[in-house]
Each structure stands twice: as C-alpha cells, then as structure tokens.
Design a protein around this ligand. Structure first.
Ligand code: SAM
Length: 273
C-alpha cells in the first residue's frame, strides 16, 4: 500500500484472471463436467431451485405481465442464466422474467452469446449481455434488480467488498443476493485431505490433458484455497448491509449458509432490507 505494491499486485491479479478465463472459455463447460464429475450441474440446479426465480402469478391483477429482473454476475457461458429462465418459464409459468448476464471477460460472454443465439429467450428479449467488472456495474441503476446471483465468480474478484456493495446498491429493497462458491476447507478432516489431494493433483492434470493449459487450472485450484471460510464470507455479506436469512435476531445461532456435498461448495444469501 505504501509504495503502490498493492496496486501492482492487484492489476496483476486482474490481468491474470483475464488471461485464465480467455484461455479456458471454449473448453470451460467440458472442463467443469470433468473436474467436478458432473456435480457442478446438480449444485447449479439446486442453487436456482432454491431461489425459485420468476413470479407467481406471472400476471398482476390488472392483467399486466410481471416478471423479475435478474442480474447474473460473472455469468460466463450462461449456465445459471439459462436455469433461471427455464425455472421461471417452466415451473412458474412466467414468460416475462429476464436476465442480464454480466462478465468481465468478452471471451466468456461470447460463449454465452453463442449458447443463447438460437434460443427463444433471446428472441423474446429475456436475456442480455453486459461486459463489466463486478466491482463497478454503474450502468445498472440503483434499486432496479430483484435477484442478483453469482456462481463460482466472486473468488476471482480483486475487491470482493466492492462487488458486494455494488450488489447491495443495484438490488431493490427486499431483493436477494445469492452466491454459489467453493469453500477453502471441508469440515471433515479426512474428507478434506482426500479432496485436497484430488484437487491439487487431478485438476491441473486434467487441465493439461484436455485443455493443454495446466497453469490456468492450477490458478483455479489456488483461488479456492484463498477464498474466505463460510463464516467469514457471511460476515462480508453482512458488512455490505445485507440481512442474512436464517440468522437469529440475537446473533447466537447462525444458519447463514448452506453447505453442498460435504461443504465442497456453499450457498450464501443476503436480503437487502
Ligand atoms: N457463473 C458461471 C458458471 O457458474 O459457470 C461462470 C463461472 S467462471 C468459473 C468465473 C467467471 O468470473 C469467468 O467468466 C470470469 O470472466 C468472471 N470474472 C472474473 N473476475 C470478474 C470480475 N471482476 N467481474 C466480473 N466477472 C469476473
């Protein structure tokens, strides 16, 4: 900080993250399946189901169609956005809810655009794309978003606190922040040891074989190690102004997050008061 070292380190981190995602963009979906043995799909399904996107009934008493405005940050190839739209449409019969997919990386967004090109959601104007750093989404109006989601994105952000404050700003009062992310440690030490061996040995190796890119996948594993624990991250969400659903008023008992698959990943939520 005194000599500008942090600025150099931070911009190095941002460009490192940029290079990683540009390099993995085209193989990203296949790699996710291989590395997580397909489990990331189940986590994402569960994440979106737990948020129940879309409005029921999808029409106001006056007959005016209603829908939610969802912002999926670090949305990459659109995995979460597609699930939001499918859930709203098929489960809640809401054909008005729309999603903005925002991401800092144009190559990841381009993969998302490809995926939605032929989709009716695209024809109906229910999906849009925004190239932006999650730490500064000033093109999105304050108090305009019903649901903000970020999946496997926030651990890459240089200033997570800034991104959380932006999430708070853009959400409407009553709006929900929801994050799906890896955790640095599993609570069971034996499982943790096995899992660490798997991730540190296998993931860079799969990256090397499948995507010819060991370094990017090495970075991904290391970024998981550095992410705060579930409790620390819950504290950061509170710090940004959110209320934590499930937390008791006296602060004695916390059910402030949901662990998935023995705590390999976790879901955190916050509500803007
Ligand atoms: N959400 C998608 C999913 O679950 O499949 C993509 C997750 S991918 C592991 C992480 C994404 O975060 C990448 O697309 C990357 O470009 C994006 N990203 C990294 N830093 C970012 C930042 N500061 N602002 C916005 N997006 C960022």
């Amino acid at each position: 900080t005194h000599f500008g070292f942090s600025t150099v380190a931070e911009s190095a981190k941002a460009s490192r993250v940029g290079a990683v995602f540009s390099s993995v963009a085209s193989s990203y979906d296949t790699m996710n399946d291989l590395m997580s043995l397909g489990i990331h799909r189940l986590w994402k399904d569960h994440f979106v189901r737990s948020l129940n996107p879309g409005i029921r009934p999808a029409f106001a008493p006056s007959g005016e169609p209603r829908g939610q405005k969802i912002l999926d940050v670090a949305g990459g190839t659109g995995d979460i956005a597609l699930r939001h739209l499918d859930h709203a449409t098929n489960i809640n019969r809401d054909s008005h809810t729309s999603v903005i997919i925002s991401d800092i990386n144009p190559d990841m967004l381009a993969e998302g655009q490809k995926r939605f090109k032929q989709s009716p959601y695209n024809r109906d104007g229910r999906v849009s794309f925004l190239e932006a750093n999650a730490e500064d989404i000033h093109t999105i109006e304050s108090n305009s978003i019903d649901l903000y989601t970020v999946a496997f994105g926030i651990r890459n952000f240089t200033h997570k606190d800034k991104a959380l404050r932006e999430a708070f700003r853009v959400l409407k009062p009553g709006g929900v922040f929801a994050c799906l992310e890896f955790t640095p440690n599993l609570s069971n030490p034996v499982l943790n040891a096995i899992y660490k061996r798997w991730s540190f040995a296998a993931i860079p190796l799969i990256g090397q074989i499948v995507a010819a890119d060991r370094d990017s996948y090495q970075y991904l594993v290391e970024s998981i190690e550095r992410f705060p624990t579930q409790r620390e991250f819950m504290g950061m969400i509170k710090e940004a102004g959110f209320l934590i659903p499930g937390e008791r008023g006296d602060g004695q008992e916390h059910v402030g997050w949901e662990d998935l698959s023995a705590g390999i990943a976790a879901i955190h939520k916050g509500v803007k008061p």
